[in-house]
Structures are given as structure tokens and as C-alpha cells.
Design a protein around this ligand. Sequence first.
Ligand code: 13P
Ligand code: SF4
Length: 312
Amino acid sequence: PSETSELQEQVLLLKRKKNAVILAHYYQEPAIKRVADFVGDSLELAKKAAQSSADIIVFAGVHFMAETAKILNPERKVLLPDLNAGCSLADSCEPENFKKFIDQHPDHVVVTYINCSAEIKTMSDFVCTSSNAEKVINAIPLDKKIIFAPDKNLGNFLIEKTGREMLLWNGACLVHEAFSIDKLLTLHKKYPSASIIAHPESESHILKVASYIGSTSGLIKHIAESDKKSFIVATEAGILYDMQEQFPEKTIIPAPAKENNSCACSECAYMKMNNLEKLYKCLKNETPEIKLEKEIIEKAALPIHRMLELSN
Ligand code: 13P
Ligand code: SF4
């Protein structure tokens, strides 16, 4: 339903009163996305955060995304409706261990996927997202060795795409590792004319059978531009409803999850920790707020700015 609820009206009112902007990731619940000023993937949201002139940025997404917004806006208040909205991929790269890893390979350029903590970003030369990772890797001179962290699946995909050798950190997203290749192939036999499309955080055997691989926005754009009528989509399940709503004439089929997976479906439980009620309260009380030390902000800003320059 497109009607706005009373709570949504109150959010919109508060937002105007406080000169706040709401940035929401695609994986947020529909009620949040409807009150957001902007909905996008990681790169688009980082760009919007960099351009913001609002007094308050409410980041409806996960912790590392709100941190990125804070790093790009140290003078502004950045709020996250639930501070526990983390990310399994970011959690798989712990700063102390990562420091040891890069110290063991001192002659390497360090590229990190934006899904990591601010502290990891301070140890990076470049940050990238799934939309611009290839561009970032290709901008590094051929004689330089590369460390890529934390996502090994995206890392392997980039090795194949760019032909560059890279040392990979052994991290992964539990949501995108939930897909079963056997079930996917069985499903494809049932819908042979459907095109398999996937987010690059998916495992390599899934990516191998995909006819298109891209970020959240990339996947949506691909569906919009393709002549195909049906798609089996391997990415976070919540966004599939949006895809179906946006393209009613096309059939969007979720890629099936493995059995006994800790994640019963492929929805991101971290993203879903935020809800409209928490968003309203956080805007009203101006808490929880993202706080980072000045030194972390200054160091982490460098690789993010390098990424944004390359993405213009
Ligand atoms: P996008 O860059 O596609 O938004 O990916 C973010 C993310 O966390 C995917 O799991
Ligand atoms: Fe992190 Fe995976 Fe959730 Fe994206 S889908 S926020 S990578 S846990």
C-alpha cells in the first residue's frame, strides 16, 4: 500500500523540522524506504552522504555504512536506528588480525570492500564497493601486489575479471553464502528461459552459472534493460519484492537457500534490525549516534575519498 501511516507522517514532519536527511539501503523494510530521501546501494549512499548539507543524517542501513557517512561528515550528527545492526562480512575482519596480516605483506596495496569497520579502513589504501571494485583494482599499477579484504567471494570474482593476482582475506557474507547450487540448478531446469543473476558476494559456483553479476543497483538496472521476461536472483531476499513491484511484467524468482542454513532465508537480519518505530525514536531523541575518534576519521577518509574520486 502506498498510503503513509501516522508514524511515517511523524517521521516526515520531524525530518523537515530538524533539517535531517534519511538515507536508506535497498535492504531496509518498505516502510522505511517510503520515508527516505534517497534509497540506494552502498556506493550511491556513500556519494549521497558526501554531498549532504543536512544537519542530521539518519542512516537506515548497517553500522559500517553509517560509519562511512560519519567519516565523510565529521561535523554532522549521524544517527543509526539500531547500533547493533552489524554485518557478518565486516565482523569477519577483526582489526588486530588484519593488522598482523598486512604487516606480513608490507609491499602490498591494501584494497578493502566498504563492508568493514572504520578501523579497517584506516589500514587501507583504497576502499571499494561492488559497483566500482573492478575500476579500483584496474587503477592500481600492474607492478603492485594487492591485498583484498574482507570478502573472498568478491575477491575471487575480481581476480577472474581483472587477471590480477591478489592475496585474499577469508571473509564472507552469510546471507550471500546461503544459496544452494544444486537447488539453483534444479530450479533453472524448471524455468529454463529464466536468466540467473547474482550479487558478487555469492559463492563462486553460483557466480559461474550467472549470466549477470552486479551490485544491488546493477541487478535492478539489468532487469530493467534486459529483454528477458524472468530472472532467478541470488541476492538479499527483501529486495526481490521491490524488483517485482518495479517490474510487474517480469517474473522475479528467489534463488533457493541451502538446507540447515543458519539463515532460514536469504534476508539480512542485520539490516532488518532497523524498523520504522526505531527510526522515529532515533530521529526524535537524536540517538543512537555514530561517534568516532578524530584520528580514525582522518585516516579512514583517505581511502574513501580515493574511491569517490575514481567513481566520478
Ligand atoms: P551493495 O553495494 O550492492 O549495496 O551491497 C551492499 C551489501 O551489503 C550487500 O550485501
Ligand atoms: Fe553484511 Fe551480508 Fe547483510 Fe550485506 S547482506 S549487510 S554483506 S551481512
